[in-house]
Design a protein around this ligand. Structure first.
Ligand code: DAH
Length: 348
C-alpha cells in the first residue's frame, strides 16, 4: 500500500491488524507505542484524513466516514484495553500485597544505655540522694594537677603507681585518675563547703589484662568543710555501699597509702559470690576491694585554697567497672570498651 492510494478496504484491514496487536499488549508502555503507530500523526488513519481534500469527490465521503469509524473504533479499543490493564494491576496488587492485620507487630530495634552509663548513673543517683553535686573535670590534664598538686612531686617514687600517657602538649597528660578534679573543684569553690562526686574516664599506660584496661572510669568523692572527720568518711562510704549493694552488705576498711590522703584506707565489701568463704573471684580471701579513700592531705587542701588549720575533708576514688564486674559477674574488664554488641545487649 503506497501512501497515495489508501482505500477504505485498506483501513478496514488496518483496523483488524491494530485490534489484534492491541489484544496482545499487557504493559502501559507498550500501549503508548501502539497508539503512536496506529493513531499517531503519521499513521495511515490520520494520513487518510490529511489527504481527504485531494481525493476525487466521489470517494471522498466514504473515505471520510471510514477513516472516522476506524479512528473511533481504535480509540475506544485503546481506552477499554487501558482500563483492563489498570484493573488487572490493582487486582494483582491486592492479591500479592494483602495485609494480615491479625499478625503480631514487629518490635523495632531500640538502643540501650551502655552498662557503664547505667552504673555511673546509679552511683550519681545514690550520691545525689545524699546531697552531692556532680562535676565533670577534664580528661586531658596538666601534670601539675594530676600529680604535683596532689602531693606527688616529680621524681617521687609514688609516681610509679600511675603509668602515664603523655600528650604532645608540654606538661599535659591523659589523666591517670579523677583526683586532679579535686584541686580544680576546690579552687573554683573555696572557701565554700564541698560535697561533690567527679565521674569520668581515666587512662593508664598499662599492660591490658582481665582486670586492668588502658581506659576506665573512676568516680572521685570529695567532701570538705569545717569539722569533717574520719567518722564522716566511714558513715558516708558504708551508707553508699548499702544503697548500692543492699542493706546487708558487709564492709571493712583496711589501712593503705595514697600520697593525697592521710590517713588512707581501702574499702572492701564481703564477696557476694562466696559469702566470705573464699572463692576464685575474691582470690580466696572473702573480700573484694571497691575503693581507695582517706582524709584529704593538708598539702592538698592548701593547694585547693583551703586552710588546713580551719578545714578538713575526706576523699575516695572508686572504679565503676570493678563495681559492675562484681555485681554482674563479668570476668573480663576488656568487654566494656570493645563494643561487642553481644555483650552490650545483655544489659537492658
Ligand atoms: N586516685 C586513686 C587512684 O587512682 C584513687 C583514690 C584513692 C582516690 C584514695 C582518692 C582517695 O580520692 O582518697 O588510684
Amino acid at each position: 500500500m503506497t501512501e497515495k492510494n489508501i482505500l477504505p478496504a485498506d483501513l478496514e484491514a488496518l483496523k483488524d491488524e491494530a485490534l489484534a496487536a492491541l489484544g496482545k499488549l499487557a504493559a502501559e508502555s507498550d500501549l503508548a507505542a501502539w497508539k503512536m503507530h496506529f493513531l499517531g500523526k503519521t499513521s495511515p488513519v490520520m494520513q487518510a484524513f490529511a489527504r481527504l481534500p485531494q481525493l476525487p469527490a466521489d470517494i471522498r465521503p466514504e473515505m471520510g466516514r471510514k477513516a472516522n469509524q476506524v479512528k473511533q473504533t481504535l480509540e475506544a479499543a485503546l481506552n477499554a484495553h487501558m482500563e483492563k490493564i489498570a484493573q488487572e494491576l490493582v487486582a494483582h496488587a491486592l492479591e500479592s500485597e494483602s495485609l494480615d492485620v491479625t499478625l503480631p507487630g514487629r518490635k523495632p530495634r531500640t538502643g540501650r544505655l551502655h552498662p557503664q552509663t547505667q552504673t555511673l548513673r546509679e552511683i550519681s543517683r545514690i550520691f545525689g540522694d545524699m546531697g552531692f553535686q556532680v562535676y565533670h573535670s577534664r580528661e586531658v590534664e596538666l601534670d601539675e594537677f594530676n600529680f604535683e598538686l596532689l602531693n606527688i612531686p616529680a621524681h617521687h617514687p609514688a609516681r610509679d603507681l600511675w603509668d602515664t600517657y603523655h600528650v604532645n602538649i608540654p606538661g599535659a597528660v591523659l589523666r591517670t585518675h579523677t583526683s586532679p578534679g579535686q584541686i580544680r573543684y576546690m579552687r573554683e569553690h573555696a572557701p565554700e563547703p564541698i560535697r561533690v562526686i567527679l565521674p569520668g574516664m581515666c587512662y593508664r599506660y598499662e599492660q591490658v589484662t582481665t582486670r586492668a584496661e588502658t581506659q576506665f572510669n573512676q568516680v572521685e568523692v570529695l567532701v570538705v568543710g569545717k569539722g569533717i572527720t574520719f567518722g564522716d568518711l566511714k558513715g558516708t562510704l558504708i551508707d553508699f555501699a548499702r544503697r548500692l549493694y543492699g542493706e546487708k552488705v558487709k564492709t571493712r576498711l583496711r589501712p593503705s597509702y595514697f600520697p593525697f590522703t592521710e590517713p588512707s584506707a581501702e574499702m572492701d565489701v564481703e564477696c557476694f559470690i562466696c559469702g566470705g568463704d573464699g572463692c576464685r573471684v575474691c582470690k580466696n580471701n572473702g573480700w573484694l576491694e571497691i575503693l581507695g579513700c582517706g582524709m584529704v592531705h593538708p598539702t592538698v587542701l592548701q593547694n585547693g585554697g583551703y586552710d588546713p588549720a580551719v578545714y578538713s575533708g575526706f576523699a575516695a576514688g572508686m572504679g565503676p567497672e570493678r563495681i559492675s564486674m562484681l555485681r554482674n559477674h563479668i570476668e573480663d574488664i576488656r568487654y566494656f570498651w570493645t563494643n561487642d554488641i553481644r555483650f552490650l545487649e545483655q544489659f537492658s
